[in-house]
Design a protein around this ligand. Structure first.
Ligand code: BES
Ligand code: MN
Ligand code: ZN
Length: 497
């Protein structure tokens, strides 16, 4: 359920809630109390000014002061949060601020939150709506009894410095729908693998499509085989849970461009016959995060209604060892027609993506963007909070970089090094599935390129963030990001201008 959010002009002191958060820009000189806090400080008998002086509060971004008000103002608890320098504050920073407020409220077991926003942020209300939903997110559905949170944040009052503009409500509401789309992706990813497998993933995508008036097609295993998606067959055949291929679309009249988003949907990755070690294997329930992202993206698209044709393709399978599983040494065909020599059944993601990319190409798009929890090597390169991305063409790269700047998500461009191409040459098939350990994220990208064709294509290796941005992940440490969904949405909205 979405938060109930009210927007009105109000001084900080007028706001009532369990928790009151006051955002403060950085001031040059320390100690001077901003006007919005003066009245509160008086009501608290000067305790706030004293605390701020002792903690040397200057409004630096993320600097926080928290105190109990003992009921002397309309909120039990007060948090003063630094917004940093006014000029360097954009939508991503506002989103993070709002997310922290919402998360803090939940940590304090508050049901209601009030936020006093300083003047000048009226234009960032969408980012506030996004951040509140992202920050309030928790995955608690399997907790019972004492473990179940007794209260969660339900209502938020936004106090603006001036009377809200007519579009204020709709900005907040679109932001909420975008934030909750990202939360939908987190939910799918956090669900255990006995609950979410290809068939139930497809059912969830169909329900989302129906709720948002989007077109959706689901290919079952028979149809996948009939169409010649042999690489999805290879990966999925080792599991009793059959693979599914999902195609969702938003096709508005008068669309100027066509974008196709593709996601890896391995609902559980054991590694197959090249089985993974036991430690941490449970994390591989998140191996469908790329697919969850593109499905969730469509909910955000339905909210934003861009004049761009958008397609989402989720390639879902479970990678299990079995008597009928594919093996190292196998040679498989593909939807594209190329043959692939299998060397490691744990490099399954690139295989289900290869068929999905060949299918995406057949839609004749202006740009293909895929995202996948593809390689541990990418996490070795960039750490677990930053994704890697690759671009086939520099003009597509410029577009994607601009979208990244707008979303504020952490992704770093990686090179498609031609000299590593030798690693995926095969003696017995057209291409070898994987290279050696060094440059593993790059050779995976080079493999995908074989199937993405010569058109404009972006590939995102989200292995790191996908395993961190989960129940207590980024919304806690970095404030809020939708690891890729927000960037994809920015890309779509930019191309509808
Ligand atoms: N799903 C994994 C990649 C991964 C690892 C994601 C850790 C998130 C956290 C992928 O299918 C995989 O197993 N990749 C192999 C490729 C190798 C066998 C060429 C890897 O990275 O080790
Ligand atoms: Mn794997
Ligand atoms: Zn995998």
């Amino acid at each position: 359920m979405l938060l109930e959010i009210q927007v009105r002009a109000a001084q900080a002191l007028e706001l009532t809630a369990d928790v009151l958060v006051v955002g403060i820009f950085q001031t040059g000189g320390k100690g001077a109390l901003p006007p919005s806090l003066k009245q509160i400080d008086e009501a608290l008998g000067g305790a706030l000014a004293k605390l701020m002086a002792r903690e040397e509060f200057s409004g630096k971004r993320d600097q926080t002061i928290a105190l109990s008000t003992l009921g002397r103002i309309g909120a039990e608890k007060l948090m003063v949060v630094g917004l940093g320098d006014r000029r360097s504050l954009g939508a991503p920073e506002v989103r993070t601020f709002a997310a922290k407020a919402a998360r803090g409220a939940n940590v304090d077991k508050a049901a209601s939150l009030a936020i006093a926003l300083p003047g000048g942020l009226e234009t960032e209300l969408r980012a506030v709506g996004e951040g509140l939903e992202l920050g309030a997110y928790r995955f608690t559905k399997y907790l019972t009894g004492d473990r179940k949170p007794k209260r969660s944040l339900a209502t938020v009052t936004l106090g603006l410095a001036s009377r809200p503009k007519p579009n204020a409500r709709s900005l907040v509401s679109i932001g909420q729908q975008v934030g909750s789309a990202v939360n939908f992706s987190r939910d799918l990813s956090n669900e255990p693998p006995n609950v979410i497998y290809p068939e139930t993933f497809a059912t969830a995508a169909e329900a989302l499509a129906k709720a948002n008036g989007l077109r959706v097609q689901v290919f079952d295993f028979k149809e996948i085989r009939r169409r010649g998606m042999k690489l999805i067959d290879a990966v999925g055949r080792g599991s009793s849970r059959e693979p599914r291929f999902i195609h969702m679309s938003w096709t508005p009249k008068g669309a100027k461009r066509k974008l196709v988003f593709v996601g890896k949907g391995i609902t559980f990755d054991t590694g197959g016959i090249s089985i993974k070690p036991a430690a941490g294997m449970g994390e591989m329930k998140h191996d469908m995060s790329g697919a969850a992202n593109v499905v969730a993206l469509m909910a955000a698209v339905a909210a934003v209604k861009p004049k761009v044709e958008v397609h989402a393709i989720a390639s879902c399978a479970e990678n299990m060892p079995d008597g009928d599983a594919y093996r190292p040494g196998d040679i498989w065909g593909s939807l594209d027609g190329k043959t692939v020599e299998i060397v490691n059944t744990d490099a399954e993601g690139r295989l289900v993506l290869a068929d999905a990319l060949a299918y995406a190409r057949s839609l004749d798009p202006d740009l293909i963007v895929d995202n996948a929890t593809l390689t541990g090597a990418c996490m070795v390169a960039l750490g677990s909070t930053t994704a890697g991305w690759y671009a086939s063409h520099d003009d597509a790269a410029r577009e994607f970089a601009a979208a990244l700047k707008q979303s504020g998500e952490s992704m770093w461009r990686m090179p498609l090094l031609e000299e590593l191409r030798d690693q995926i040459k095969s003696e017995v098939a057209d291409v070898k599935q994987a290279g050696d350990r060094y440059g593993g994220s790059i050779t995976a990208a080079l493999f995908l390129r074989e199937f993405a064709g010569t058109g404009r294509w972006i590939h995102c290796d989200i292995a790191g963030p996908a395993s961190v941005d989960r129940p207590t992940g980024w919304s806690q440490t970095k404030g809020a990001t939708g690891h890729a969904v927000l960037t994809f949405l920015a890309l779509i909205e930019r191309s509808s201008r």
